[in-house]
Design a protein around this ligand. Sequence first.
Ligand code: FES
Length: 65
Amino acid sequence: MEEKKARLKPQAEIEVIPEGPIRIKGNIILSDVRRDIFESPEGEIYLCRCGRSKNKPYCDGSHEK
Ligand code: FES
């Protein structure tokens, strides 16, 4: 994995967490369906993919309930 990262030199890392959110680490621009722009605080965000978050597009931990 580390060798592949070094070769590809990605701008961001995206990790799908089993039974959880999608973690994105890196400098990105994220816009929702209304074209609202979200920043990635400290270069890392967790996006909800279960649909239960009350703070979409971010994960608020509701997937654990
Ligand atoms: S993935 Fe965490 S609240 Fe949806």
